[in-house]
Design a protein around this ligand. Structure first.
Ligand SMILES: [Zn+2]
Length: 397
């Protein structure tokens, strides 16, 4: 499977300047493209290729720069057309349309193998810059990264972040064949992703949910952050904006860290017990629950997509199969008798089946439904005669 290895470059001052100039070239080209009204890849290539070439870049990096600029203009045109900057003729629309596209100074610049080559023996790279081919740019990495990089092929991104240059290399890593889980719903660890509890699994005892990812610690911190953000946004001064940015990064690091721990523990649990992991198709998480205003902020600021990606990735590396199930009705269906009714869910936390009277924790009930659906989805995908894997429909429809 594909994986990104990040290594830090340690360039000499002259190399540093050349790398900086290479990344800055994109903004320069974007400026020219704006004033000459060039937008498509083709138009940019025809008009500006010779000019970019004379700046010292060889053919491939020159084309990369032009493509990157053309793609940025295409994205902007899409946003203008979709009305994301207001109506045509409005102040905002005109301001955006009349200005050149600006790349953040740390926007990534892709290089393929012809433009950036790795010398693993000396831990250096050779890279095309505006100063020509620059050899012997040192990088530092861990031994395990070194091993992965030795077998790498394909594109590498050059990224400038917090005053340092990094290389993001795509590597292919071998992962074990997933082991088939036991052929029943018990062969699956159901994971319910939610707002009050980030993740509740079929294994969790609802009475003693791990406080690290429950309503306690994480939610309190998320709420505090959301409130702080709102205040800073209202202030709107330069220093408030700066604080907001630092704050956002800190929050992202916190979310990434929690997601990492959580996904690790979930995958380890499934692997240890030889089970698969069943999760909901997350594109539905925002529609599934109707939320109060405050909750909506929490939901949007949390990295659910990242959490799911981390579980998927770690499961693949561990040979644990993952089943993605239809999220419809998983929180309304009784995991004991299968009766589906919106009224089954009495409150955020409590589920009481109107049919069989079974009472339990809402998220835990959902996790059990997800495990059963995971089993059915997996069986359907394995068998030649597919079994319907859609959840039961609500009563009365
Ligand atoms: Zn029931």
């Amino acid at each position: 499977m594909k994986r990104i290895v990040v290594v830090k470059l340690v360039p000499r001052p002259d190399q540093f300047a050349a790398l900086e100039a290479t990344l800055a070239l994109c903004n320069e080209v974007a400026g020219v493209a704006q004033s000459m009204r060039l937008r498509s890849r083709r138009a940019l290539q025809v008009a500006l290729y010779p000019r970019v070439k004379t700046r010292g870049l060889s053919a491939q990096p020159a084309l990369h720069v032009l493509r990157k600029v053309a793609d940025a203009y295409t994205t902007r045109q899409g946003n203008l057309t979709n009305g994301n900057y207001g109506r045509p003729g409005s102040t905002r629309y005109t301001a955006v349309a009349d200005a050149a596209v600006k790349f953040r100074p740390h926007a990534a610049q892709p290089f393929d193998d012809r433009c950036l080559s790795w010398q693993m023996d000396s831990s250096t790279v050779s890279i095309w810059t505006t100063a020509g081919r620059m050899r012997g740019v040192r990088f530092v990495c861990a031994p395990w990264q070194h091993e992965l990089l030795a077998a790498r092929k394909g594109e590498t991104d050059l990224v400038y972040r917090d005053g340092l240059f990094y290389l993001y290399a795509t590597v292919d890593e071998a992962s074990p064949e997933p082991a088939p889980p036991p052929d029943s719903a018990a062969g699956w660890l159901g994971v319910d992703l939610g707002i009050v509890n980030l993740a509740v699994t079929t294994d969790d005892d609802p009475a003693t949910l791990d406080v690290r990812w429950s309503a306690g610690a994480v939610t309190a911190r998320r709420k505090k952050n959301a409130a702080l953000r709102a205040t800073l946004q209202k202030v709107g001064t330069k220093s408030a904006k700066r604080k907001l940015k630092t704050r956002r990064r800190k929050e992202q690091r916190f979310a990434t860290d929690v997601n990492h721990q959580l996904s690790k523990s979930i995958v380890a649990k499934a692997q240890r017990t030889g089970r698969g992991i069943a999760m909901e198709d997350l594109s539905g998480i925002r529609d599934r629950v109707r939320l109060a205003r405050g909750q909506r902020t929490q939901l949007h600021s949390w990295g659910y997509a990242q959490l799911r990606a981390q579980i998927t990735y770690k499961a693949e590396m561990a040979g644990v199969p993952v089943a993605v199930v239809d999220p419809r009705n998983t929180s309304r269906t009784c995991s004991q008798c299968g009766y589906c009714d919106k009224a089954n869910r009495v409150s955020q936390a409590t589920f009481r089946c109107r049919h069989c009277q079974w009472t339990g924790h809402s998220d835990h009930n959902a996790a059990r439904n997800i495990a059963a659906l995971g089993h059915r989805t997996y069986r359907a995908a394995q068998s030649t005669v597919p079994i319907a894997a859609t959840p039961p429909q609500p009563a009365g429809t």
